[in-house]
Design a protein around this ligand. Sequence first.
Ligand code: NAP
Length: 311
Amino acid sequence: MPFKIAVVGIGKIAIDQHLPCIAKNKNFQLVAGVSRHATLDYVPCFDSLSALIKSKIKIDAVALCTPPSVRLAMAREALDAGYNVLIEKPPTPTIGEMVSMIDYTKKKKRVLYATWHSRYNRSVDEAKKRLKGKHVNFMRITWKEDVNKWHPGQNWIAEPGGFGVFDPGINALSVVTKILPDPIYVESSRIEVPENWSTPIGADIKFKRGDGKPVDMSASFDWRQRGEQIWDIKLATADGMKMKLSKGGTVLHVNGKLIMEAPMEEYQMIYKKFAKLLKAKKSETDYSPLQLECDAFMLAKPVVVGKFEWD
Ligand code: NAP
């Protein structure tokens, strides 16, 4: 029997990825949608999670595709109703809310799956394998994209808890926290905040290792990019291996040689994994990418830049 699932928040990512991937996965059956604005013509839609719960439609799980700032209350309401919960990235606006969501899920004996879509690339798995046991002493993350293209008119990204450029930046951090053999920590950061925003539009972060050994590791996030969109991670190890993950983690070069160019299957893999977790009644709630971003905010030197205007 497929898991009966409802999608909550019918915005860009629900339409681009969640709904098509659920439709193609035999382990799931979409039985409802929750949206304050949109409707789906093939399943019943409700204007709130409470209305869905009151309808008594049988639901095994919900996919929360809303912005992070409203997820904790939604997750708790869903868990109270006996549903299992999948959440988009970034999981919550703060570590406090994430820890609370994890604890609440345990108390309710349900499954919580905090997804990180950029982790689901075969090139990322290959990079992890090749870095195992090595000493990484160089990392350069360059994550530069045009906010107008990827978040058209989404004003929530500029509000507190909306993450700003840390919303895409966390994708890069989700990759490095998966592939690096040792954890990294934030040493310092500089964030650029438009005068009409509460969140950064640009950020430069320096990282360090826990053992104090000298490293050159940094990330540069920018949402003002025009033309070519850049999602690159360059790494080097003490024994001379040079690695480059490009195009968001789908293309892997090692020592200048193309190793892998894998097709983008991130959300297909997410639903494959969710089915596994539901069958095993196991949660997956790694929040190390969120921890790094919270630390980058905590240690940031903020700089106010000019007003941002949508195209
Ligand atoms: P979006 O287009 O703004 O969609 C979010 C939806 O959530 C809205 O359409 C709205 O749905 C609902 N929503 C917004 N504010 C709400 C509130 N205060 N209370 C309840 N519901 C609310 O944003 P998105 O791009 O889909 O992003 C959603 C999440 O997916 C973010 O965490 C983002 O990082 C992640 N994500 C986005 C992309 C991308 O390419 N955009 C890629 C990967 C992951 P209704 O109007 O239907 O209620």
